[in-house]
Design a protein around this ligand. Structure first.
Ligand code: TYD
Length: 341
């Protein structure tokens, strides 16, 4: 019997990573899945409970750790990243460490280890905002916040690695993703958890900005599609065409939870708040991928999961998150205007 091929998922204890691990375990039962994760504030080994994978705790920017984790691996998927825009406005250094230096070192280690194919998970934010029209993979990168700039830098390092070493890698650029186990700092889990607890939902500006929202299992199937069928050196946009403004999202969350919409509060906007991101995903669809969740199905599935899972999110609200929350929202919520239906 031949040995089972090994897939290393870097950042596999994060939100998209853990959902991807579960998607692979369910759909490719013959693969062995190994996770490398630094377990920063955003990583949580509980996301992998019962997932059937090995977990190595370590930093992708630490060369010996990356090399050891890659030993014997046929494939690499990198989902390890600092991802929260608001935190990048407070301190950008961790973003440079993970999203640029870490990415460079991890993929260099993968090349030296002879990995046959690698996928790097990036973001729609590298293209900058749009006020009409959807970005294609060939469009120029124009990031507008420190998080997005760090992801763009990582993408450029990897495209250079492909050009100079022909290391067979693909990049995916996904839209806002929602679903189980997303950290409570992000809009959909934050709004849902606050609605459940009867706390104010802090909506930036007037809530008019829009996002395209993709269910995390659809994002996972896109990554797997690109790993198996993507052309080396190519970038693939991942979009759901589920655009909706933030106020409507907050209202729908309140309705689903059974909370009064007057919990929604308009707070001082994020500086440099991108108006919208929109991607053309025709290139990915040409590989045979399609999304299963439309906007309502994706949002309702996410909200229902938080309603059913206080055991997961309640412990996260203490400690580090509490300090972050107070810093981010304390002043903003004092005297904020409530939404009137
Ligand atoms: P977020 O989940 O942080 O993702 P991103 O900024 O990467 O798109 O935010 C999604 C949208 O929700 C974005 O337009 C900002 C808005 N938002 C709020 O209005 N209030 C909040 O407290 C947060 C975290 C986000």
């Amino acid at each position: 019997m031949s040995a089972r091929p090994i897939l290393l998922v870097a950042g596999g204890a994060g939100f998209i990573g853990a959902n991807f691990v579960r998607h692979v375990r369910a759909n490719r039962p013959d693969w062995q899945v190994r996770v490398l994760d630094a377990l920063t504030y955003a990583g949580d080994r509980r996301r992998l409970d019962g997932a059937g994978c090995e977990l190595i705790v370590g930093d992708i920017a630490h060369r010996p750790t990356a090399a050891a984790a890659l030993q014997g691996a046929s494939w690499l998927v990198n989902v390890a990243a600092e991802t929260h825009v608001d935190r990048s406005l407070l301190d950008v250094e961790p973003f440079l460490h993970a999203n640029v230096l870490g990415v460079q070192r991890l993929f260099e280690a993968a090349r030296l280890a002879g990995v046959a194919k690698a996928v790097h998970v990036s973001t729609d934010e590298v293209y900058g905002e749009t006020r009409g029209g959807a970005f294609r993979e060939t469009d120029a990168l124009a990031p507008r916040n420190p998080y997005a700039a760090s992801k763009a830098a990582g993408d450029l390092m990897l495209l250079a690695a492909w050009q100079t070493h022909q290391f067979p890698l693909c990049i995916t650029r996904g839209v806002n993703t929602i679903g189980p186990w997303q950290h409570p700092e992000k809009a959909v889990p934050l709004f849902t958890i606050n609605a459940i607890r009867g706390q104010p939902l802090p909506l930036y500006g007037r809530g008019a900005q829009q996002r395209d929202r993709l269910h995390v299992d659809d994002h996972a199937s896109a990554i797997l599609t690109v790993l198996e069928r993507g052309e080396p050196g190519e970038v693939y946009n991942v979009a759901a065409d589920n655009h909706c403004d933030n106020l409507t999202v907050a209202q729908r969350i309140c309705a689903r939870v059974g909370a009064p919409p007057s919990l929604i509060h308009f707070v001082t906007d994020r500086t440099g708040h991108d108006w919208n991101y929109a991607l053309d995903a025709a290139k990915l669809r040409a590989l045979g991928w399609e999304r299963r969740y439309d906007f309502g199905a994706a949002l309702d599935a996410a909200v229902d999961w938080y309603l059913a899972s206080p055991d997961w999110w309640e412990p996260i609200l203490e400690g580090e998150f509490q300090a972050y929350y107070d810093r981010q929202y304390g002043e903003r919520l004092a005297g904020a205007e409530a939404f009137r239906a």
